[in-house]
Design a protein around this ligand. Structure first.
Ligand code: PLP
Length: 220
């Protein structure tokens, strides 16, 4: 089941890329396994999936023991990052998508191993969500570039939710324009219901959960 869904998502990624003249290999599928059991992650790994996204540190740690020997697997932290959790997050994850302050970057830079980081940008004014204002992205990027253990992977956004991908497409386009203005390459954007629109707007990393692992129970 998971294998078939991954294949379907990969086919859709490829079709979306080819539609807009991009190479499918430019796009990394991050399979979002939050709240799902380790057995689901293992099934996806066996189907060739290597990049996984997790939101909740405790949830991840509860299944981590079963994931220790997955050669080549990369775990992406895509949830809200609290500054008192940066040490365990840096220990267990390879890429952090939700860096939105110098304080977080400074703490992540203490990591003993190198980390990829995306700067999360808040394109709408939703106080409940994280992200730097577009105008504040440049100084944070400059700071991250000065950090020895951090490499800038790109910009990330979570647009206001809408079932209609045409409603989120303008946010994807704005994130791409901002990245171009800042000279940044990577774009982490697009989820199960709108990743094709995100790819058409330039996404390099799509974060897809439900379309691979099925519906989730509410947050643990
Ligand atoms: C849960 C989550 C996703 C995946 O959402 P789906 O709709 O299940 O594909 C992507 N990005 C973030 C930041 C998430 O929290």
């Amino acid at each position: 089941m998971i294998r078939e869904r991954i294949e379907q998502v990969r086919e859709r990624i490829e079709a979306a890329a080819l539609r807009c003249g991009r190479r499918p290999e430019e796009i990394t599928l991050v399979a979002v396994s939050k709240t799902k059991p380790a057995s689901d992650i293992l099934a996806a790994y066996e189907a060739g999936q290597r990049h996984f996204g997790e939101n909740y540190l405790q949830d991840f740690l509860s299944k981590n023991a079963r994931l220790a020997n997955l050669d080549g697997a990369v775990f992406h932290f895509i949830g809200k990052l609290q500054s008192n959790k940066t040490t365990p997050v840096a220990e267990h994850f390879g890429v952090i998508h939700t860096v939105d302050s110098q304080k977080l970057a400074r703490r992540l830079d203490r990591s003993p191993k190198p980390l990829g980081v995306f700067v999360e940008v808040q394109l709408a004014t939703e106080q409940t969500k994280g992200g730097v204002a577009p105008d504040d992205a440049q100084p944070l990027i400059d700071y991250i570039r000065s950090c020895g253990q951090l490499s800038l992977s790109g910009l990330m956004c979570i647009p206001p939710w809408s079932a209609d991908p045409e409603q989120t497409r303008p946010y994807f386009a704005r994130l791409r324009e901002l990245a171009e203005a800042l000279g940044v390459e990577g774009l982490s954007m697009g989820m199960s219901h709108d990743f094709e629109a995100a790819i058409e707007e330039g996404a390099t990393h799509v974060r897809v959960g439900t379309a691979i692992f099925g519906k989730r129970q509410p947050k643990p």
